[in-house]
Design a protein around this ligand. Structure first.
Ligand code: GLN
Length: 297
């Protein structure tokens, strides 16, 4: 992850140097760059349990005292399983980075993991409404979402990127201005940024086509219905690999931090999740899950 960001950044600098164009990427408000990798667990609240150093330990440390879950003994994760490599279907199973992290958190807390696939747009409502314990969906921490849910500590970073056709005249995000049609996944940060007014760095909602799945937005691009798609970098890589004739612009659009969304009413569960995430960062589990799915090319 770190390596990838570095590579993308290098690309941005190179592009800026070559073309003399200023970087147009605005950075996210909740930027804690690098927080995903190798951060110490020392700062994690509530990790009072002396966890054993043994890798793969699934003992329940009762780190955070008592917390409640929607279903006794179960950690219900709400996600949108069309976001590879974070969550996607392999046969009937939902697999990916988020699922493995959730499984590791559930193991730490002595819970059984249950994955609920739903529209991305419904995840926060499910968490708020007591249908799921946490949303884990490559979800970016934003001020707007914080009005409705609490976010855990960040476990990974993402970058909004622009996908275009290989022969596109669009070479930087600036080229999207002036009426280019932009495909996004409904309710995502890519949607929010793109739909904003030009004064705020967006392209105007009249130029944005919303799709319920990222893959559908990419299909619209392939079919020439939109000129570009704005989406997170890892799914972007996966979609470009599985469709002929597409490329990702080297200029990144926005940097973001991913975290679990938890009900504001369930402070104890949030503390428990943060404790587990802290331990999983400290012992390298999270990095190894990221490395398993994300290659540094
Ligand atoms: N990171 C983006 C967001 O939070 C997209 C997440 C997703 O599509 N699963 O809005």
């Amino acid at each position: 992850m770190k390596k990838l960001t570095a590579v993308v950044m290098a690309g941005v600098l190179a592009a800026a140097a070559l073309t003399g164009c200023g970087g147009s990427s605005s950075s996210s408000a909740a930027s804690e760059a690098g927080s995903a990798a190798g951060s110490s667990a020392a700062s994690e609240a509530g990790s009072t349990a002396g966890s054993s150093a043994a890798a793969g330990s699934s003992a329940a440390p009762e780190a955070a005292g008592s917390f409640t879950t929607v279903e006794d003994g179960v950690l219900t994760m709400a996600t949108n399983a069309y976001f590879p490599p974070y969550e996607y279907y392999e046969g009937e199973d939902v697999i990916g980075i988020d699922v493995e992290i959730a499984q590791a958190v559930a193991d730490k807390l002595g819970l059984t993991l249950k994955v609920e696939d739903m529209e991305f747009d419904s995840i926060i409502t499910a968490v708020q409404g007591g249908k799921a314990d946490m949303g884990l969906a490559g979800m970016t921490i934003t001020e707007e979402r914080k009005k409705n849910v609490s976010f855990s500590d960040s476990y990974a970073t993402g970058v909004q990127v622009v996908i275009v056709k290989e022969d596109s005249e669009i070479t930087t995000p600036d080229d999207l201005a002036g009426g280019k049609k932009i495909g996004v996944q409904l309710g995502t940060t890519g949607d929010t940024y793109a739909s904003d007014t030009p004064e705020n760095g967006g392209y105007g909602e009249e130029n944005v086509e919303q799709y319920s799945k990222g893959a559908d937005a990419v299909m619209a691009l392939v079919q020439g219905k939109v000129d570009a798609v704005i989406i997170d970098n890892e799914p972007a890589k996966s979609f470009v690999e599985s469709n002929e004739g597409l490329k990702i612009l080297e200029t990144e659009y926005v940097n973001e931090d991913y975290a679990a969304a938890v009900s504001k009413e369930n402070e104890a569960l949030l503390t428990a999740i943060n404790g587990a995430l802290g331990e999983l960062k400290a012992d390298g589990t999270i990095q190894s899950i990221l490395d398993k799915y994300i290659s540094a090319n």
